[in-house]
Design a protein around this ligand. Sequence first.
Ligand SMILES: NC(=O)c1ccc[n+]([C@@H]2O[C@H](COP(=O)([O-])OP(=O)(O)OC[C@H]3O[C@@H](n4cnc5c(N)ncnc54)[C@H](O)[C@@H]3O)[C@@H](O)[C@H]2O)c1
Length: 320
Amino acid sequence: MSTLLLGGKDVRKLLNMTEVMEAVEQAFRYWALGKATMPAKAYLVLEHGDFRAMPAALPGCVGMKWVNVHPGNPALGLPTIMALLIYSDPATGYPLAVMDATEITAYRTGATAAIASKYLARQDARTLGIIGAGRQAHTQLAAHALVFPLRQINVFDLSPATTEKFIRSFPDYPVRGTSLEEAAASDIVCTVTPARAPFLKKKWLAPGAHINAIGADAEGKEELEPDILKEAVIVVDDLGQASAAGEVNVPLRKGIISLGNIYGTLGDIITGRKKGRQDSRTVTVFDSTGVAIEDVAVARFIYEKAKQAGGYPSLDIVEG
Ligand SMILES: NC(=O)c1ccc[n+]([C@@H]2O[C@H](COP(=O)([O-])OP(=O)(O)OC[C@H]3O[C@@H](n4cnc5c(N)ncnc54)[C@H](O)[C@@H]3O)[C@@H](O)[C@H]2O)c1
């Protein structure tokens, strides 16, 4: 036996947003039904950025992602986030594949937000606001466009050059650069920045808006004015992780909101244990921290497809 080695280009070719969305939704269902195992993400915080070790097991598959977040990297010509994933045989522990997970991270993050929007946004949502137009923003648009017939995509980034680059990447979509306020007034708003101070104000939001709060995924990060959270229906990907590191982490620590403000998990909604959107005026927030079950679910089909196609390099990493 040998270990498949899948680089970024290989993984990108094997990725498909529709399949990613199906795999991720199924992973959240398994997690909610107690059929997945996922210890808390381990954080290693250093001077210029942080690292996370993210293991998880789903029925028939197991893996671990090693991922960094270095917000200063784009100035050095490197992505903020880079990731590798080890995918193993759950029966023997044999490392079946080592794959780039940088693209997997972007795809599964976009997919998860769009799944949350499917259940929590108004079904007549036609405008998408994207705040922070970096790497993760691209898959927010790609995934949402599969769920909603978008009429307008309003994009704001502190860097006009990044906004321009984003617009150029989607020539077939009605994307325009806007002010922060205009992007915030969209039917669905995705905040995708590394901000450590709230910038999204409650007074800008449309009635019944749905917000995917993506950027806050480590202690001390936040993007939303806490007044939004005090009145919104809040759904988290994982309660423990969101309380420690998600959009709610700072307001919880400051006592501005309590755990009682959190309505449920995405898995609760997907399995029908709790209802999704119930009226047209309430603001809903999905607090996404990013969970390992998303990565392992995607790695599984990447591995299966690569194995079936053949022709990828492999290495005898483990000596028999
Ligand atoms: N929830 C998850 O699952 C998940 C997954 C991946 C990344 N993230 C987080 O998402 C964030 C973005 O990641 P990325 O890979 O897209 O980074 P990136 O560096 O590629 O892009 C971030 C963009 O945000 C812009 N920005 C910064 N502050 C802003 C502000 N106040 N208003 C508007 N724009 C602003 C920057 O100019 C940059 O273009 C990071 O905080 C990362 O940790 C979360």
